[in-house]
Design a protein around this ligand. Structure first.
Ligand code: HEC
Ligand code: HEC
Length: 362
């Protein structure tokens, strides 16, 4: 059994301990802005989430009025859901970055308004990682949760909490908070009085272990690529990336280059435990806190091979590694614009640790 540390959604902001915890700015709003946000809500969201945010008007869309949701999820979790949507559910992404109708400022205004309406005072100091016994968690899920969420988390009369996109975009504690406190004004019960803290941790870790899909079993730890495998497709030519702001490569372009088997190096700049959970195939875990960039620069090719970094939030950790590589004189470096969360939300594939024959007995 693996004591699973469990998460893909390690927002860089929450992990760069010296940086501000949240980078998404959500300033308080004027009356005029609030009125504009209320109108946007009616125009874009009320159809499914209900005129009064009560939920369940259409497509079983959950409530957007519960305090619990905003205490645990504002701003990051909620913003990511609305920006990118939840693939495989009727909740589409609204950001113009993914082809939606709204720019990020308008989304932020709308979310601040929703938070104010709910009366929540979000707790920004939320710790992010929950560890627990996934095998125990699986039993609890079957006994307590499947009746509403479906045996495979596919969503019966409650949201599809087994949805990989949803799990990739939420922190452990966002899930844990919903389990412990329920969602006021909805059918989601508070399990705080019913389960012990360890049991809640266990079921949270179990859900997180499904981040790569319900059927993949528990991943075993995987070794990072060895040095001679860092350059992907070494015999092939380099892709012709058109960088945005001379720094960013878009997910679609990167995906195409990987499909075309172009030569490049991919660096995953998050904490390596998150690389274990899910990463872009072929990437090397070089976390933002790596301490020998001089040595690293010597290990990386200097023949114009692209070195693409990515992280999660979407960009702080990757930008920091990219800056250090450029300072070492490396050229042709780029940062994945959408981050891995955007990558997952856009439906591009990720790899997880190797799956043992019998997932229960690695
Ligand atoms: C076509 C229907 C539809 C529309 C329109 C829609 N949503 Fe959703 N939304 C959903 C569904 C369905 C889910 C639940 C998805 C799931 O199963 O995970 C959801 C989930 C969410 C969540 C996550 C809630 C939670 O409990 O974690 C947020 C936040 C959200 N929507 C905000 C919005 C906002 C803001 C708008 C308007 C800009 C909007 N939605 C428009 C259907 C919709
Ligand atoms: C009686 C039905 C019911 C049971 C039992 C139940 N849930 Fe829920 N759950 C819901 C509903 C309904 C929602 C959506 C609430 C809303 O509108 O915000 C929800 C929401 C959630 C969410 C938040 C999902 C999101 O998209 O933000 C999580 C996580 C969750 N449940 C986990 C669990 C776990 C784990 C268990 C078992 C320990 C469980 N639930 C048992 C009905 C249920």
């Amino acid at each position: 059994m693996i004591g699973f540390y469990a998460r893909t959604a390690a927002l860089c902001g929450t992990m760069l301990l010296t940086a501000p915890v949240f980078s998404i700015e959500m300033p308080p709003m004027s009356e005029k802005e609030a009125a504009a946000a209320a109108a946007d809500y009616q125009k874009y969201c009320a159809l499914c989430h209900g005129e009064d945010r009560q939920g369940y008007a259409n497509d079983d869309a959950p409530s957007l009025s519960s305090k619990s949701l905003f205490i645990s999820g504002f701003p990051n979790q909620i913003s990511l859901t609305v920006t990118y949507g939840r693939r495989g559910t009727p909740m589409g992404g609204f950001s113009n970055e993914v082809g939606g109708p709204l720019d990020q400022k308008t989304i932020n205004r709308l979310l601040t308004w929703l938070k104010d309406q709910s009366g929540a005072e979000p707790d920004e100091q939320f710790p992010s990682v929950v560890t627990g016994d996934i095998v125990r968690g699986e039993e609890i899920f079957a006994g307590e949760c499947a009746i509403c969420h479906g045996e495979n988390g596919e969503g019966e009369i409650a949201p599809a909490i087994g949805n990989p996109a949803m799990l990739a975009l939420t922190t452990d504690n966002f899930l844990r908070y919903a389990i412990e406190n329920g969602r006021d004004g909805t059918d989601m019960p508070a399990f705080g009085p019913l389960l012990s803290a360890e049991e809640i941790d266990a079921v949270t870790a179990f859900l997180r272990s499904k981040a790569a899909g319900w059927d993949t079993g528990a991943p075993a730890l995987r070794s990072p690529p060895s040095l001679e495998d860092w350059v992907l497709n070494p015999g092939s030519s380099a892709p012709l990336f058109k960088l945005k702001d001379e720094l960013y490569v878009k997910a679609a372009e990167l995906y195409q280059a990987l499909q075309d088997k172009r030569r490049m190096v991919l660096l995953d700049t998050r904490v390596p435990s998150v690389w274990q959970m899910a990463h872009i195939e072929g990437s090397v875990p070089i976390p933002y806190y790596y301490d020998d960039f001089e040595g690293l620069a010597k290990d990386l090719p200097s023949d114009g091979t692209w070195i693409v970094t990515y992280c999660e939030c979407p960009r702080a950790a990757a930008e920091s590694v990219d800056r250090k590589l450029r300072a070492q004189g490396l050229q042709n470096t780029a940062v994945l614009w959408e981050g891995i969360q955007g990558w997952v939300s856009l439906g591009y594939p990720v790899a997880v640790g190797q799956v043992p024959e019998d997932p229960k007995d690695p």
